[in-house]
Write a protein that binds this ligand. Structure first.
Ligand code: ATP
Length: 280
């Protein structure tokens, strides 16, 4: 296993605010890694340190084998960054902008292909200032991937996207991941993390409070199942380790169809909310 990003004991303080209070991370080459956490948890600060856009107070950081505090041009060209709010209102068109950025990279992708990938082909001739917020975010994504990066950072990439654009974007990320790009994303959408991430870290108050695969995070996979049904108009709920047996018993009791039966386990959102509420 090759490690794309290694972080040890990372700290960062802004005046009185301890934004990052000792974070350790290992992000493997080729994986999609999501960083989750409430507003102000320290996600952007951590990611910007990894990108080389912020200095750290203490700790070790290695990104593709380089300390981001000592970036080289060659290292920069191997990394793609999609910023949270790129609001540079441009008079240039989408195609001109993407082509222009392609010129900065030694192994740039074909601009028209990238425009197609982010679903902007029919807007390629439009000026950036004429685009909607979500369409501009897609331009940001195009600029993040145009250099064919080995490692792509995405800070809240789908904020402002409509549901269709989000699904399309997920497809784009899956395609990049399939081709071996390592992806580090922050998001507030737990369904996004669940759909895309191989592993997630939950950050709260500047620390990692949980880390793992979305399906097993916080003991999700082994948590009790909740069996719920309707009994003469009243909702009944049971938490159990053996939901199949419970359903079988109910099937006998109701002589077949159990009214309004549901069987659920904690969602990623349930586990996440519990994790971030746990006092420090
Ligand atoms: N440039 C700055 N100067 C002072 N304080 C800052 C600065 N940037 C961030 N902070 C503070 O550091 C803490 C962590 O902020 P950060 O932006 O890393 O959080 P975040 O997890 O990315 O939040 P969000 O989900 O809202 O983007 C917050 O308390 C924030 O107010």
């Amino acid at each position: 296993m090759t490690t794309a990003v290694k972080v040890r004991g990372l700290t960062k303080r802004y005046g009185d605010v301890q934004a990052v209070g000792g974070i350790d991370l290992d992000i493997r080459a080729g994986e999609v890694f999501a960083i989750l956490g409430p507003n102000g948890a320290g996600k952007s600060t951590s990611v910007e340190i990894m990108e080389g856009y912020r200095t750290r107070d203490a700790g070790e950081v290695s990104v593709l084998g380089t300390d981001p505090n000592r970036p080289t041009r060659e290292w920069r060209s191997r990394i793609g960054i999609v910023l949270q709010t790129a609001d540079d209102v441009a008079e240039a068109t989408v195609r001109e902008t993407v082509r222009h950025f392609a010129g900065y990279y030694p192994n740039a992708k074909d601009p028209d292909e990238v425009i197609e990938q982010v679903g902007l082909t029919d807007k390629a001739g439009k000026r950036i200032r004429q685009l909607s917020g979500g369409q501009r975010r897609r331009v940001d994504v195009a600029l993040g991937v145009i250099g064919a990066p080995e490692l792509l950072f995405l800070d809240e990439p789908t904020t402002g996207f409509d549901p269709e654009a989000r699904r399309q974007f997920w497809g784009l990320i899956e395609g990049l991941a399939h081709n071996g790009t390592t992806i580090v994303l922050t998001t507030h959408y737990l369904d996004e993390a669940e759909a895309l991430a191989d592993r997630v870290a939950v950050v709260a108050r500047g620390r990692i409070v949980a880390e793992g695969e979305p399906k097993t995070l916080g003991g999700r996979a082994t948590a009790k199942a909740r069996v719920s049904w309707s009994d003469e108009g009243e909702r009944r709920t049971l938490e159990t380790d053996t939901p199949t047996r419970t359903v079988l018993e109910l099937t006998h009791r109701f002589d077949g169809e159990v009214p309004e039966l549901t069987v659920t386990r904690p969602s990623l959102e349930d586990v996440y909310l519990q994790l971030i509420e746990t006092p420090a």
